[in-house]
Design a protein around this ligand. Structure first.
Ligand code: NAP
Length: 492
């Protein structure tokens, strides 16, 4: 049995609670992958102290030298791509092709951040005073707490750890409790790449205990969180008491607008991929298809046909197209929302239940589900489900489509299918989301492009791309007077 331990001050440690949590394959609950040792507040404090002790040396390490460690980490991730992908599929459930894609994305982000260490430039600012000038320096915060969800258990930790380390911070990383294997392996690779003792600490344990300790400990100078809006907003209130920087990427309820002039087959294929890919367990998953006018009937007919054609199965099987929900709780949440959709009056067109069949008996598989006649007031139109469930919302005009699309507390991603330039441009201008896509799914992103949402989805600077280090650095302004004289005239 594999035991997952936490990593504090350069050592893999036994958790002091003596408690463990089984790590279960969601595609086959008889497959127990390992056991995670569950840390306590006391263990967490030790991790924070180790990160604090390591900070000075790491921040004074030249940024390009820190970058070399990240470059090596990226190479190691590349070398271990298949092993990481297999582990990810077994632990989280996504199909192996998606797992490979996730590992590649993570590798790209680490590589990108390594390059950023050679571009941590400040700014030279000429003064209005003779023989004076000013400049800015980017400095790390100190110890940063990184708290991550289970749905991208390699990519999301990588896209927080890499910029945090690049900027010279030291890290206490708390992964989701149900994906310890990916967290442990990722940290092992960073350590193999040469991250010094104490610079990167991993602490496995519950959000309520370990996570809460990270958020409230005075030595933690910034917190970056990805997860549900419910937890993120509570956390925001906690960190606000200490006035420290906070970054959160949270839930989504992403719309796609289907215009009558679109390429119908493309719209169907991409909407299905956005809704059912990764079992709907992406923050950017398509959950509302807002269908305009006469295209509704052919679109609905084709999307139902597409949903029924998906091959469900364990992600390790290369032929599987959709894997299971991550665990029993998530599986039950999806089925609960399907019941709510029915009770609220939406029309169930396909799916709507646990998937049956060979190889699915012991997994948390849900049939790809399509509801028609979903209205903006229904809970399935407003709340994040995080499963393979798509709601069709019929509208009569583009203006109505925009009103429905924006009538949502979240603002992560969106998409439009149209071939009319003016409609597309108007959509880009008016849609209330941090990211938007044209004639492509609501999902997906690239390592060198900023990622994140607005409204109740995102707080703080964007992650990744040119903005990746923004959250992890403070700006210091330096004024230099080289006159050697007492200043005269206007003193501000
Ligand atoms: P979650 O339940 O909010 O948990 C996220 C992390 O927070 C986990 O590590 C969790 O630990 C921890 N946590 C829970 N309670 C805490 C507390 N009181 N104090 C500190 N930490 C606490 O989210 P999830 O179910 O793992 O992930 C799914 C959610 O993530 C969805 O809403 C999805 O949209 C969102 N997400 C957003 C993005 C984005 O970029 N916008 C990307 C991916 C996912 P435990 O695991 O121990 O509970």
């Amino acid at each position: 049995m594999t035991i997952y331990r936490s990593f504090i001050g350069g050592k893999w440690i036994d958790a002091s609670s003596g408690k463990t949590l089984p790590n279960v394959n969601p595609a086959d609950t008889n497959d127990i992958i390992g056991e995670a040792q569950i840390c306590t507040r006391e263990d967490t404090r030790r991790a924070i102290e180790a990160a604090y002790a390591a900070f000075k040396e790491w921040r004074n390490t030249p940024a390009p030298v820190r970058g070399r460690v990240l470059t090596l980490a990226a190479r190691l991730m590349e070398q271990h791509k298949e092993e990481l992908a297999q582990m990810l599929t077994r632990e989280e459930g996504k199909i192996i092709a998606e797992a490979r894609g996730e590992v590649q994305r993570a590798t790209n982000v680490v590589e990108f951040c390594a390059g950023e260490t050679r571009r941590m430039n400040g700014e030279y600012i000429p003064s209005e005073l003779r023989d004076n000038y000013a400049y800015t320096i980017k400095e790390p915060h100190g110890v940063v707490g990184l708290i991550t969800p289970w749905n991208f258990p390699i990519a999301i930790p990588a896209w927080k750890i890499a910029p945090a380390l690049a900027a010279g911070n030291t890290v206490v990383f708390k992964p989701a409790s149900n994906t310890p294997a990916c967290a442990v392996r990722l940290v092992e690779l960073f350590v193999e790449a040469g991250v010094p003792d104490g610079v990167l600490n991993l602490i496995i344990g519950s959000g309520g205990e370990v996570g809460d300790e990270i958020v409230n400990h005075p030595a933690v100078r910034a917190v970056s969180f990805t997860g549900s809006s419910e937890i993120g907003f509570k956390m925001y209130q906690e960190v606000a008491k200490r006035g420290i920087p906070f970054q959160a990427e949270m839930g989504g309820k992403n719309p796609v607008v289907i215009m009558p002039d679109c390429d119908l087959d493309l719209a169907v294929e991409h909407t299905a991929a956005g809704a059912f890919g990764s079992t709907g367990q992406r923050c950017t998953a398509t959950s509302r298809a807002i269908v305009v006018g006469s295209i509704a009937e052919p679109f609905i007919e084709k999307i139902v046909e597409r949903a029924k054609a998906y091959r469900l199965g364990p992600g390790v099987d290369e032929a599987s197209e959709i894997g299971p929900s991550v665990d029993e709780a998530q599986f039950n949440t999806v089925l609960k929302y399907i019941d709510i959709g029915r009770e609220d009056g939406a029309t169930l067109l396909c799916g709507g239940k646990k998937a049956e069949g060979d190889g699915l008996e012991n997994g948390y598989f849900v049939e790809p589900t399509v509801f028609d006649n979903v209205t903006p007031d229904m809970r399935i139109a407003r709340e994040e489900i995080f499963g393979p469930v798509l709601g069709i919302m019929r509208v009569d005009s583009f203006e109505e489509a925009m009103a429905v699309a924006n009538d949502c507390e979240y603002g992560l991603s969106s998409s439009i299918f149209s071939n009319d330039y003016n409609t597309i441009t108007q959509f880009i201008n008016e849609i209330e989301s941090g990211m938007t896509h044209v004639n492509s799914p609501t999902t997906g992103g690239e390592a060198h492009i900023p990622f994140g949402g607005i409204k109740a989805t995102g707080i703080g600077p964007r992650e990744q791309g040119s903005t990746a280090l923004d959250f992890y650095t403070e700006l210091k302004v330096v004024y230099v007077d080289h006159t050697g004289r007492k200043r005269e005239g206007n003193l501000y």
